[in-house]
Design a protein. Structure first.
Length: 289
C-alpha cells in the first residue's frame, strides 16, 4: 500500500518515531524537514520524499512491512514517563527491550508517583488512537485516599466537577475498604488528562496517597508481572487493542504461536524477576559511584 499523499505526522507515527500528537509538536517546533525544507503541519508526503527528524533520516515503511508489537509494563513509583531525564532519574524506557530501527511509543503517561499498567507499541497510529478521547478506552485505577468520602463526594465525582482544563468525572467508584480515613477505591474513566484522577479527588478535599493503574480497556495488569517487568502481548491481545480503536488485524507476531505450558510460563516470570533484580542492582551500583 502506497504512502502517496498521506499526512506527514501520520507517516512519522507509523514509522515509530512517536505518536501522531508528538509528531505534530515536532513539526510545529521545526524539527522535521522534507527534501531539505522545514515541514509544516498539513504537509503530505510521497514515497520518494526524504524525511528527516532532528537531522536524522527516517526510514519510511509500508504498512504491511511493520509487525505491530505491544508490550505491557508494570511501572514502579519513582520512574518518569520520558525518554531521557536531564537529572538522570529513572525512566520507563530504561528497562524495555530494544527494537532495531524502531522506538517504543508510550500509550499515555503515568506521573512519577503513580504505578501500574502501561502499554508501549512500535505502531504510532495504534498509540494515537488508544490515547484519543474519541475512542473512549476505559482506564481503571486503584486509589488509596486520605480524607472524608461521603455520599455527596461520590455523587459529585460521578456527576462531574469543573477542573482547570474543563469538566471531568469518574464513570464508576467502587469502595474496597481500608482503615480509618485511609481507604481504597477503584475508579474508572475514559480520559487520560494530566493527573486527572488525583485532581478529581482533590476537588473534594481528598488526597490520593497511592495510585495504581490496573486496567486499560479490557486488558488487566498481569498480577504475576513484577514491578519494573515487561511482557510482550500475544497476537490475539494485540488484535483486541487494534479492533477497539477500529484498526485492521495484524497477522504476524514475534512471539511463538504454540501454546505455553504452565512450567514455561513460570520460567518466563522467573526470568523477568531476575532481569528486574539485575537492573535494580546495576542502578544502585551506578548511584554509588
Amino acid at each position: 500500500m502506497s504512502i502517496q499523499g498521506e499526512k506527514l505526522q501520520k507517516v512519522l507515527a507509523r514509522a515509530g518515531v512517536g505518536s501522531r500528537r508528538e509528531m505534530e509538536k515536532y513539526i510545529d517546533a521545526n524539527r522535521v524537514s522534507v527534501n531539505g525544507k522545514v515541514a509544516k503541519l498539513g504537509d503530505r508526503v510521497e514515497e520518494t520524499d526524504q524525511i528527516r527528524v532532528d537531522g536524522h533520516t527516517v526510514k519510511i515503511e509500508e504498512k504491511a512491512e511493520r509487525i505491530c508489537r505491544v508490550v505491557m509494563y508494570n511501572k514502579p513509583e519513582g520512574e518518569l514517563c520520558t525518554r531521557k531525564d536531564p537529572e538522570g532519574r529513572r525512566t520507563v524506557f530504561d528497562r524495555l527491550p530494544r527494537v532495531d530501527g524502531e522506538r517504543w511509543i508510550a500509550v499515555g503517561r503515568l506521573d512519577i508517583n503513580t504505578a501500574g499498567l502501561m502499554l508501549f507499541t512500535n505502531d504510532g497510529e495504534l498509540a494515537n488512537r488508544l490515547m484519543h478521547p474519541s475512542y473512549e478506552v476505559e482506564r481503571e485505577y486503584s486509589a488509596r485516599v486520605f480524607g472524608e468520602v461521603t455520599a455527596e463526594t461520590i455523587k459529585n465525582l460521578t456527576k462531574g466537577v469543573e477542573l482547570e482544563d474543563g469538566m471531568a468525572k469518574f464513570l464508576t467508584i467502587k469502595p474496597l475498604g481500608g482503615e480509618g480515613i485511609n481507604r481504597w477505591y477503584n475508579v474508572t474513566l475514559t480520559e487520560g488528562r494530566n493527573r486527572e484522577v488525583r485532581r478529581l479527588w482533590q476537588s473534594q478535599d481528598v488526597e490520593v496517597s497511592r495510585l495504581i493503574r490496573i486496567r486499560y480497556g479490557k486488558l488487566e495488569l498481569d498480577k504475576r508481572l513484577p514491578q519494573g517487568g515487561w511482557a510482550e502481548l500475544d497476537l490475539e491481545t494485540v488484535n483486541y487493542l487494534r479492533k477497539t480503536v477500529k484498526l485492521g488485524r495484524e497477522t504476524q507476531t514475534k512471539l511463538s504461536v504454540m501454546p505455553e505450558k504452565r512450567k514455561d510460563k513460570r520460567a518466563k516470570i522467573n526470568q523477568i524477576r531476575k532481569a528486574v533484580k539485575k537492573h535494580n542492582n546495576r542502578v544502585k551500583q551506578t548511584k554509588r559511584r
